[in-house]
Design a protein around this ligand. Structure first.
Ligand SMILES: [Cu+2]
Length: 288
C-alpha cells in the first residue's frame, strides 16, 4: 500500500489542471461577453423581449458557472494528494439543502419571468388584427397557405394530397371556402402586420424556425398550433426546419419575405394566378 510518492510531487498536475480551468473560464466569459458568434438582430418586439430574457438567464447562469469552476480549481489544488490517507466524507446536509433550494428557486423564477413572452407568442388577439397564414411542414419542404379574399381556409384531407398536381397539403377544392385559397412555397407578409400562424405538419414532427423573428415552434402531427408574429423590418429571412426530420432535413428551407403592404398585395395576386391550374377555375376572387 505504501507505494505513493512524497507529497510535493503531486502539486504540478493539479496546478496545471487549475490553470487550464482558469483559461477555459476566461475564454468562455470572453466569447459570451464580446458576443462573438451572436444572433442576428431581432425584427420583432417579441424577439427583443426574448433577447432580454436570454440575457438574464445568461448572466445568472454565467455567474454560477464561473463560481462553480473557480470552486473546482480551488478544490483540486487544496485537496490534492499530499501522501496522507484519504477519508470518506458524508457531505454537508445543510449546504446541500441550500444549493438545491437556490437552484430550484432560480430555475422556477426564470421560468416564471419568461412566461409573459411565451404567452404573447401564443396569443392571437382580435381576429380582425391578424392576417391568417397556415404553415405546413412536409418532408422536406415548407408550404404556406393564405385563405384568400373570403378569409376562410378550405377543408383539407390527407387522401387529397397530390404533389404532382401541386396540391401539397390536400386541399379539397370542392369546398367553397377552398376556392380562393392560395398555396405558396415562400412566406411573404406585410411589414408591421400581425400574422396569425397555424402550424401543421403532414408527416413527422418539424420545427419552424426564423432566427430574426426569434420564433421556433415544433409542428406536431395531428395538432394545429396557433401563434403570432409581427415583423417590423422589411427584408428576406431564412426559414429552416429545426427538428431533425429525416435524410433531407438539411434542405428543408424557405424564404420569409417581409415587404411593404402594396408589394404584398401584388405578390399575393401573382400567387393567386398560379392557383388556377390547380383548381381548374379562372382566378377570380369569390364574392362569398
Ligand atoms: Cu423538418
Amino acid at each position: 500500500m505504501e507505494n505513493r510518492q512524497s507529497g510535493g510531487a503531486s502539486f504540478l498536475g493539479p496546478a496545471l489542471f487549475a490553470v487550464v480551468l482558469l483559461g477555459l473560464i476566461g475564454s468562455t466569459v470572453y466569447i459570451f461577453a464580446r458576443r462573438i458568434w451572436w444572433f442576428p438582430e431581432p425584427v420583432t418586439a417579441l424577439g427583443a423581449s426574448i433577447d432580454r430574457q436570454f440575457d438574464y438567464t445568461l448572466i445568472i447562469t454565467g455567474i454560477v458557472f464561473v463560481l462553480a469552476q473557480l470552486g473546482l480549481a480551488y478544490t483540486i489544488l487544496r485537496y490534492r494528494d499530499r501522501g496522507g490517507r484519504a477519508h470518506y466524507s458524508h457531505g454537508h446536509t445543510g449546504l446541500e439543502v441550500i444549493w438545491i433550494a437556490l437552484t430550484a428557486i432560480l430555475f422556477v423564477g426564470l421560468g416564471i419571468a419568461a412566461e409573459a413572452a411565451w404567452r404573447d407568442y401564443h396569443s392571437l388577439g382580435p381576429a380582425a388584427e391578424g392576417m391568417p397564414v397556415e404553415i405546413w411542414g412536409k418532408q422536406f419542404k415548407w408550404y404556406f397557405r393564405y385563405p384568400g379574399p373570403d378569409g376562410q381556409f378550405g377543408r383539407t384531407a390527407p387522401e387529397l394530397v397530390n404533389d404532382l398536381a401541386g396540391n401539397y397539403m390536400g386541399v379539397d377544392f370542392d369546398d367553397p371556402a377552398a376556392k380562393d385559397d392560395i398555396i405558396t412555397a415562400t412566406l411573404a407578409v406585410p411589414v408591421n402586420q400581425r400574422v396569425n400562424v397555424t402550424l401543421r405538419t403532414l408527416d413527422v414532427t418539424h420545427s419552424f424556425f426564423v432566427r430574426e423573428l426569434r420564433f421556433k415552434q415544433d409542428a406536431v402531427p395531428g395538432l394545429l398550433i396557433r401563434m403570432n408574429f409581427t415583423a417590423e423590418k422589411a427584408g428576406t429571412y431564412e426559414v429552416v426546419c429545426a427538428e431533425l426530420c429525416g435524410l433531407g432535413h438539411h434542405q428543408m428551407r424557405a424564404d420569409l419575405m417581409v415587404v411593404p403592404p402594396d408589394d404584398f398585395e401584388k405578390w399575393l395576386g401573382e400567387q393567386a394566378a398560379y392557383m388556377a391550374a390547380l383548381t381548374g377555375a379562372e382566378p377570380e376572387p369569390e364574392s362569398e
